[in-house]
Design a protein around this ligand. Structure first.
Ligand code: 3PG
Ligand code: MG
Length: 417
């Protein structure tokens, strides 16, 4: 990587503004916000420990949720300060703002090795607008900048892009954290010249979300396995009937172009040969948001190419699971992004679990497996296999944009070596 990393920094007694992605899933319990998954916090510990060891004064900036410029109490980062303190085994100070007098005071009190977490930067709408005045206030308390928030690096916001640009302009160094470095290594360099066979597994609901990734990986992969509801847009492109399955009829041309590109390049591009389908039934009830509650009834395997008119495809079928698993077991490099079906519902989780198992086995046999964030990470953890793969990204949208080959603004803003 041609970017400076925290390893290159000499930051004794320096004020280091560290952007982290602490946008963790939370839930209200007895009037308190509870963290459901602290992975993103845990993954920043190596960077923080390194900076503490170097004697830096650490100022952490992060966002939580999308409060759109309002002080939404359920989106406060205060509970994160408590969790981080437990994990680090040392005090983490918290300040109820991210700019201004209170922050300046808290920063002035920091000693070498101290850690301070700022309140949600998105309590100001200027954050997402990348407002230069706001960025200047964030930058004002720091000598050096570190970005360890890979999951937010696709956003050109004040804390990810504006502030480092200003710090660099005045001669301050801007470096990648260790998590950022690992993410760029596994999702970047490792996939440039993969050991073969290189098998790519792509799932999820929409072709439109994944088409650019498909297009790019068609240049590298030996085999691409497709699951999830996006299968049905490909099936439309092939002229099959898809019943009530989710699809994007306006993306059929893109799907067809991908199929043709795969053929032209000699990439094995596999769609499911069977599915688990169900019958969506309107319960007549409305959910909290006023939307009709649809229940899926009569889950069953469909071995026909067409889906019956009253049914929707919700998972890859058992025959497909076996075929996919066999291919995954032969792979030496695996990239997986997106579940094979509606895995949150146990009736439609078998396909995703089969893929998760196969990826874990292949890894145990020596393959390198890279999981591109979001729901596939959730599925692996749900199957208890999170520690059985080579690398799991902490990014969702960021991993996708990076895999598409886009330059991430949060990375571009960092100093070159
Ligand atoms: C994420 O969870 O995807 C990142 O933290 C970015 O959040 P955002 O999609 O609200 O910008
Ligand atoms: Mg997102």
């Amino acid at each position: 990587m041609n970017k400076l990393t925290v390893n290159d920094l000499n930051v004794k007694d320096q004020r280091v503004l560290v952007r982290v992605d602490y946008n963790v899933p939370m839930e209200e319990k007895d009037g308190r916000m509870i963290i459901n998954d602290a992975t993103r916090i845990k993954e920043t510990l190596p960077t923080l420990r390194l900076l503490i060891g170097k004697g830096a004064k650490i100022i952490l900036a992060a966002h939580l949720g999308r409060p759109k410029g309002k002080r939404e109490p359920t989106m406060s980062l205060r509970p994160v300060a408590g969790e981080l303190s437990k994990m680090l085994g040392r005090r983490v100070a918290f300040v109820e703002d991210c700019i201004g007098g209170k922050v300046e005071k808290a920063v002035a009190a920091l000693q070498a090795g101290d850690v301070l977490l700022l309140e949600n930067v998105r309590y100001y709408k200027e954050e997402e607008a990348n407002d230069p005045g706001f960025a200047a206030k964030l930058a004002a308390v720091a000598d050096v900048y570190v970005n360890d928030a890979f999951g937010s690096a696709h956003r050109a916001h004040a804390s990810t892009e504006g502030a480092p640009r200003l710090i660099a302009q005045r001669g301050g160094l801007c470096a990648a954290g260790l998590l950022m470095e690992r993410e760029l290594k596994y999702l970047g360099q490792e996939l440039e010249n993969p050991a073969r066979p290189f098998v790519v597994i792509l799932g999820g609901a929409k072709v439109s979300d994944k088409i650019k990734v498909i297009d790019r990986l068609l240049e590298k992969a030996d085999t691409i396995l497709i699951g999830g509801a996006m299968v049905y847009t490909f099936k439309l492109a092939q002229g099959f009937k898809i019943g009530k399955s989710l699809s994007e009829p306006d993306k059929v041309d893109l799907a067809r172009a991908a199929l043709e590109k795969a053929k032209a390049r000699g990439v094995q591009f596999l769609l499911p040969v069977d599915d688990v389908i169900g019958t969506p039934v309107d319960t007549g009830k409305l959910n909290k948001k006023g939307k009709a509650v649809i229940e899926i009834q009569n889950p069953r395997t469909n071995t026909q190419a067409n889906i019956p008119n009253d049914a929707a495809g919700l998972d890859i079928g058992p025959e497909t699971s076996q075929r996919f698993a066999a291919i995954i077991l032969q792979a030496r490099t695996i990239m997986w992004n997106g579940p094979m079906g509606m895995f949150e519902d146990a009736r439609f989780a078998a396909g995703t679990n089969a893929v998760a198992q196969a990826v874990a086995y292949a890894t145990a046999k020596g393959a390198k497996s890279i999981i591109g964030g979001g729901d596939s990470v959730k599925a692996l953890n749900q199957a208890g296999l999170g520690d059985k793969v080579t690398f799991m990204s902490t990014g969702g949208g960021a991993s996708l944009e990076f895999l598409e080959g886009q330059v991430l603004p949060g990375v571009a803003a960092l100093s070159n070596k």
